[in-house]
Design a protein around this ligand. Structure first.
Ligand SMILES: [Zn+2]
Length: 364
């Protein structure tokens, strides 16, 4: 049958030839390049998250404790040093020391005393990294609670001298830090503190004419009213042992002798945190789309502490909240505190890359 037009036949033939010539090329290409994806996969394996110095030191301290070289209380004191001032640790517990040189402190007779290792449930959590995917502008509750849990998880087994020594250390460091914040303004529910010589703050903050403190104060009072409108019972005066909630503006968030998130990278800085009665905020957050919702977020944590029943104020009284948060409450507290930010500030967002809802921008 010659019913197929020659042009059509030629076209069909050329397509067929092109198809046939393509197959071996494709196969050859595939066979030559097939090892490449595999080797690429090996190279793009995400690196293990790098342990922070305190984590490395605590791992060494705990290894020594489990080997019988340290008592529970001795390990606790060393763990406290690891999170507050790890440079003061004995050399063998310094983060950079090779792990095979782990030994008991020199002043201890390690063979004379039987060890009582904690029950499995009481072991110190060493995987204290927050989920690294959570990196981004954030408060530092997860990180702080993880560090404190690494020190205090077995605190009921410490001897009283150890407990007193560590609490005293924390309180002394806390008082030194807070005394250095020598200026303040007061609003209906808050006292905002900062340091006159804090170079990260804008002009005017050498005096009480500090726009940064005023913006935080205004956001907190606005948020307080909004929470009341939502029907929340707000913490009454003296619930946290004082008339007003204290808000500390710091170059680096520092709480009870431990400093958090002094990172070069902007998205790894710890911007704030909130423990019963106290709020901590960094002094270098000039972006109000971050700063104002963050104040809302931290105030909501105060409401949460109030509802849960934590009323203490100060380092010793925060052990229970730290452990409670760390052992399972963090996800709900953070999820709801982040939700309420958007309720109070629907046109601001501190999430990286988030788009703003609505066109209205509130400028304070
Ligand atoms: Zn939070």
């Amino acid at each position: 049958m010659n019913s197929i037009h020659p042009v059509v036949r030629a076209l069909a033939l050329s397509i067929l030839l092109a198809f046939l010539s393509f197959i071996p090329l494709g196969v050859a290409h595939a066979s030559v390049s097939s090892p490449r994806p595999a080797s690429k996969l090996v190279h793009v394996q995400p690196p293990e998250p790098e342990a922070e110095p305190w984590e490395t030191s605590i791992a060494k301290i705990e290894a020594a404790r489990h080997a019988g070289a340290l008592s529970t209380s001795e390990a606790a004191r060393l763990r406290w040093l690891a999170i507050s001032d790890w440079q003061q640790l004995p050399p063998s517990y310094q983060p950079q020391a090779p792990s095979h040189v782990i030994s008991a402190p020199q002043d201890r007779n390690t063979s004379s005393k039987p060890r009582t290792l904690p029950a499995p449930g009481a072991s110190v959590p060493l995987h204290a990294h927050p989920n690294s995917s959570e990196a981004g502008p954030t408060d530092g509750m997860v990180q702080a609670a993880a560090r404190m849990a690494a020190v205090f998880s077995d605190h009921t087994e410490w001897d009283s001298a150890t407990t007193e020594a560590i609490y005293a250390d924390m309180e002394q460091a806390q008082q030194q830090e807070l005394v250095s914040l020598n200026l303040n303004i007061t609003s209906t529910h808050f006292v905002i503190h900062w340091a006159a010589n804090d170079d990260d703050l804008p002009d005017g903050c050498e005096t009480t004419a500090c726009s940064y403190a005023r913006a935080i104060s205004d956001s907190l009072e606005l948020s307080w009213r909004e929470f009341e409108n939502y029907g929340y019972n707000m913490p009454p005066p003296m619930h946290f042992g004082k008339e007003k909630i204290d808000v500390y503006i710091q170059p680096v968030v520092t709480v009870c002798g431990a400093s958090y998130g002094d990172a070069e990278e902007e998205d790894k800085k710890i911007l704030g945190m909130s423990w019963p009665g106290d709020i901590y905020l960094r002094s270098d957050q000039s972006n109000h789309d971050v700063l104002l919702p963050l104040a809302t977020h931290e105030l909501y944590h105060q409401v949460q502490w109030y509802y849960v029943g934590f009323s203490g104020n100060g380092c010793g009284s925060w052990i229970s909240p730290w452990l409670w948060y760390h052992t399972g409450s963090a996800w709900l507290m953070e999820a709801t505190a982040t939700w309420i930010e958007h309720e109070v500030y629907p046109t601001r967002s501190r999430e990286p890359g988030a788009t703003y809802r609505g066109a209205l921008r509130l400028d304070f």
